[in-house]
Ligand binder design. Structure first.
Ligand SMILES: [Zn+2]
Length: 465
């Protein structure tokens, strides 16, 4: 049995009342939180390990509702191009090369886990790639909590050609076999810390049959479906040309707008479609860093502030190191809280408190894991981070600015200690479950090898001597 006590800190509970407890403590036994309260009330708790969190915040680990582990070695190759070029010219060819090597997908995931743990993320929903068993293996070894999925695609059209050798370029039956295999092999493994889900890639690559079969299988297996939908105008226009409807209306028409579906990006949609999402309790994920980096339109033409107001559950994601390119959820909270208000000229449009909800409780609900994670409450899984506030980007701090400081001036590097499923995975900024130096070196070499084999070259805009 392992017992941990974190005491003397400011506890941001994210419980239903959103209590913030000063001089607070969290008691952990094995994988669960057994008590949350004032340090004085928990002073008799017998722990094998005690953390003194004076001048620190104790809070739930952050939930990244959309993070691609296998794109971690693609940092830099997705910059400054539109979405279609990003997918078809840059990333799919990268995946062809990457996936020839099991070690590379594993290294990509280990690097991704290291970066997420370093910056306070304790759970990530991976919306799909291939060779995902290597990602699951990285989750198992690093202690990270997450969801893996096969990025389902079963059709391709001439205007969106897929490169030969892309592992996802298979028919509907084969796609279902791969998706189901991942669920069978990994869902509920490692004390329930690893889950699997169904996933679909983007509209032009998904047939009606695949929509229906994934929907039925996810209902049968009790898991979620992750899908990149309505990412930008081009994609939605493609759907309108083929079907006469825009993406969300089309999904509603064919009956796949369900409460266990997590739709990500969702930049382009009508008011009517927002009502369809609300009426079906469909979950969304907002990736502000990706839309700012790739100009998808989620801020300028999207309706996230309205959908938050309507009570739609919206989580938050960093997407990938080729689409954002930061995996720092604190930076992502900042972007969500600030970008919309600037565009609409409304300074209190999305509050820092709402941004923190999106990165914790709402994100947990979006990935159907809120019964176990997202807040610090008795009985929940012990996914806890300690954030150092004795730093120049935090001082001064007052009672009224605890959460605003976290969102507006905090950064991932402030996270000092991280506990996932009751296991200490980072202590005093040292990751205990990953040999980070070795992963950095091997990942750099692996990425250099992948880049050298790509069918295109990217050159520095400035001379390199
Ligand atoms: Zn994605």
């Amino acid at each position: 049995m392992s017992r941990i006590l974190i005491k003397n800190g400011t506890v941001i509970t994210m419980d239903p009342r959103r209590r913030i407890i000063k001089d607070g403590a969290v008691a952990i036994e094995n994988d669960k939180i057994v008590d949350v309260g004032k340090t004085t009330a928990l002073k008799d708790y017998q722990a094998d390990k005690v953390f003194d969190a004076s001048d620190r915040i104790i809070m739930p680990g952050l939930v990244d509702a959309h993070i691609h582990n296998v794109q971690m070695l693609s940092r830099g190759i997705g910059d400054d191009v539109d979405l279609i070029a990003w997918c078809y010219d840059r990333i799919y060819p990268y995946e062809v090369i990457l996936n020839r090597n099991d070690e590379y997908t594993y290294l990509s995931a280990m690097l991704c886990c290291a970066e997420m743990i370093r910056t306070g993320t304790t759970c990530g929903a991976d919306p799909g790639g291939y060779k995902m068993e290597n990602v699951a293996r990285a989750f198992a070894e690093s202690g990270f909590r997450g969801i893996v999925s096969w990025s389902g695609m079963d059709r391709w059209s001439d205007d969106r050609p897929l490169p030969d050798g892309l592992l996802g370029k298979i028919d509907t039956d084969a796609t279902m076999r791969e998706e189901e295999k991942l669920i069978r092999d990994w869902h509920g493994k490692e004390n329930g810390r690893i889950r699997a889900s169904y996933a679909l890639r983007v509209e032009p690559n998904v047939s009606d049959e695949l929509y229906q079969r994934v929907k039925a299988a996810a209902e049968r297996d009790g898991v979620i479906v992750q899908y990149h939908a309505a990412v930008n105008k081009d994609q939605v226009e493609w759907v309108r040309k083929k079907t006469g409807s825009t993406t969300v209306a089309y999904m509603n028409k064919i009956g796949v707008l369900k409460s266990n579906w997590l739709l990500t990006h969702m930049a382009v949609l009508t008011d009517e479609e927002t009502h369809m999402l609300r009426d079906n309790d469909t979950k969304l994920c907002h990736n502000p860093g990706a839309t700012l980096h790739g100009a998808y339109g989620a801020v300028s033409v999207g309706k996230f502030p309205e959908m938050l107001e309507m009570g739609i559950t919206i989580g938050m994601g960093c997407d990938s190191s080729a689409a954002n390119n930061s995996l720092d959820m604190l930076r992502t909270m900042y972007q969500a809280a600030t970008s919309h208000k600037e565009f609409r000229l409304i300074p209190d449009l999305i509050s820092p408190e709402k941004a923190l909800e999106m990165a914790t409780v709402d994100g947990a609900r979006a990935i159907a894991w809120d019964n176990e994670i997202g807040s610090l409450e008795k009985g929940k899984k012990a996914d806890v981070i300690i954030v150092d506030t004795h730093r120049s980007n935090w001082i001064p701090i007052h009672d009224f600015s605890i959460v605003p400081n976290l969102v507006y001036s905090g950064e991932g590097a402030d996270v000092e200690t991280s506990i996932i499923d009751g296991r200490i995975v980072m202590e005093n900024r040292r990751i205990l479950t990953i040999d980070v130096d070795s992963v950095l070196k091997r990942a750099q070499a692996a990425a250099a090898d992948v880049i050298s084999r790509l069918p295109y070259k990217i050159r520095s805009r400035w001379p390199i001597e």
